[in-house]
Design a binder for this molecule. Structure first.
Ligand SMILES: C[S@@+](CC[C@H](N)C(=O)[O-])C[C@H]1O[C@@H](n2cnc3c(N)ncnc32)[C@H](O)[C@@H]1O
Length: 149
């Protein structure tokens, strides 16, 4: 990846890219999320889910998500591979996981995990994350792994 694109994707290194309230509320009405495994470090529990993991005290990649049944993940985009892999594994243990990521269809993580999801939704507008002035440069996808029975 070019360093210019890497910089844009990471908002110049600021990975604290909080989900806009209207987007989260719309999804939460449908999924009733119980866990945010990577809550904002600047505003802990910003999404108001009943449970959350706050880094670095808790590492969301190491914790068990499956007991929470419905999970919303907006991870640091630079670690998309690890978080999507984890989301798929946790759904296989018994929870539904919705992962918010850029629609980067050329990546390894997209082909290895996103294409095996139960559903992918594409947000039909530019998304401006809370704590950021400009809309994100790439379209946003919601990658959904449903609870495996
Ligand atoms: C893109 S922000 C999303 C915040 C919030 N979940 C939301 O959607 O508004 C991702 C957050 O995950 C935190 N984080 C990074 N690595 C983590 C880890 N291994 N476990 C838990 N949280 C982590 C970062 O500090 C950052 O604030």
């Amino acid at each position: 990846m070019s360093s210019v694109l890497a910089k844009l994707l990471s908002h110049n290194g600021n990975q604290d890219r909080r989900t806009p309230k209207e987007l989260f509320d719309e999804l939460n009405n449908e999924f009733n999320f119980q866990l945010d495994p990577c809550t904002s470090t600047s505003k802990p529990n910003n999404l108001g889910t009943p449970h959350f993991f706050k880094y670095p005290e808790q590492d969301g990649l190491q914790e068990d998500w499956s007991k929470y049944k419905s999970v919303f993940v907006n991870p640091p985009f630079r670690d998309a591979y690890k978080w999507l892999k984890k989301a798929k594994e946790e759904s296989e243990k018994g929870c539904t996981v919705v992962v918010l990521l850029p629609s980067k269809t050329e990546t390894k993580w997209w082909h290895e995990f996103a294409l095996k999801a139960d559903e992918i939704r594409f947000v039909q507008r530019r998304v401006t994350f809370e704590g950021h002035k400009d809309p994100f440069i790439i379209g946003i996808a919601l990658i959904i792994f449903k609870e495996q029975q």
